[in-house]
Write a protein that binds this ligand. Structure first.
Ligand code: SF4
Length: 295
């Protein structure tokens, strides 16, 4: 649904003042929407109902979501549609590359739905997309935000072999909440994916957590320590916002100062970059967060 002419209306739960976000009205928003539509692509910005959408689109930034807009899992925090997806489109990598070039992106974030129905989990299409983007716009850097590929090492290495500047896989929440929040995933499995990516040695490794799902501070600190131990170098922490009534309710709204304190904690634990705030998402100002590592 186009953003133009709409205000972002918090619907599901009463939110504190710091979680009110004004829509940005700028012709670039429609231009970004038009580029995405013209190339018949999906963005996680739209699919997940991201509250930063007009702000990012006004900057001509979008996060491409490949492999369709139907997910084979049913994570309890996620608003992306669940069901039986279509077969992957072989020309999607070229369409993403063309759209990234049309937007003038020098840093491109590519994510996907989870495709447990595919033998390689979609890793091959991820790799071809990274390759196509880099070929179309040589100085470009690509960040991939992938599913766990069910822990399949070969699938992970297929993606990493394409040379993304950043490999991102979100831990999302603390260990205790996994059965409720990510029932088809595993806390240890996701850490192992990140550890393997670090050992593979190409690019930086990134992950993220959401706050507001019922975690305690001690559990968040423990998860951050686990991420560091796995070799993760960039971390994001943001507020969980319930995307629809079928998803888990929000348990709390940490104040902005609490997010600032988590960024400090992350730095103290040794992360090279930490982005934390109520509206922080994995891909929010991803290029700037990457540059802040000095890489
Ligand atoms: S924060 Fe990420 S997902 Fe949200 S609108 Fe911006 S680029 Fe899209």
């Amino acid at each position: 649904m186009p953003l133009s002419g709409r205000r972002f209306q918090p619907k599901m739960e009463k939110r504190p003042a710091w979680l009110t976000k004004r829509l940005v009205f700028d012709p670039a928003v429609q231009e970004t929407e038009a580029v995405v539509a013209r190339h018949r692509l999906h963005t996680v910005c739209a699919a997940a109902g991201c509250p930063n959408r007009s702000e990012c689109f006004a900057r001509r930034v979008a996060t491409f979501m490949i492999l369709g807009d139907v997910c084979t899992r049913g994570c309890a925090f996620c608003g992306v549609r669940r069901g039986r997806p279509e077969p992957p489109a072989a020309d999607e990598p070229d369409r993403v590359a063309a759209a990234a070039a049309a937007l003038g992106l020098e840093y491109v974030v590519v994510t996907s739905v989870t495709r447990d129905d595919l033998p390689d989990g979609g890793a091959g299409l991820f790799a071809r997309t990274v390759t196509a983007i880099r070929a179309a716009r040589p100085p470009v850097r690509v960040e991939v935000l992938t599913p766990d590929f069910q822990g399949d090492r070969a699938a992970l290495e297929t993606v990493l072999s394409a040379g993304p500047a950043v490999f991102n896989h979100n831990l999302e929440t603390v260990a205790r909440l996994y059965p409720r929040v990510r029932p088809q995933a595993g806390y240890r499995r996701s850490l192992e994916v990140l550890r393997r990516a670090r050992r593979f040695g190409s690019g930086l490794v990134k992950s993220g957590l959401m706050l507001g799902l019922g975690e305690t501070d001690a559990e968040v600190e423990s998860a951050l320590a686990d991420l560091r131990e796995a070799g993760v170098e960039i971390v994001t922490l943001g507020q969980y916002l319930r995307p629809n009534p079928g998803c888990l309710p929000v348990t709390r709204h940490p104040r902005p100062e609490e997010f600032d304190a988590w960024a400090e904690t992350a730095k103290r634990l040794g992360f090279r970059a930490a982005a934390a705030g109520p509206f922080v998402r994995s891909s929010y100002y991803a290029a700037e967060v990457f540059r802040s590592t000095g890489t």
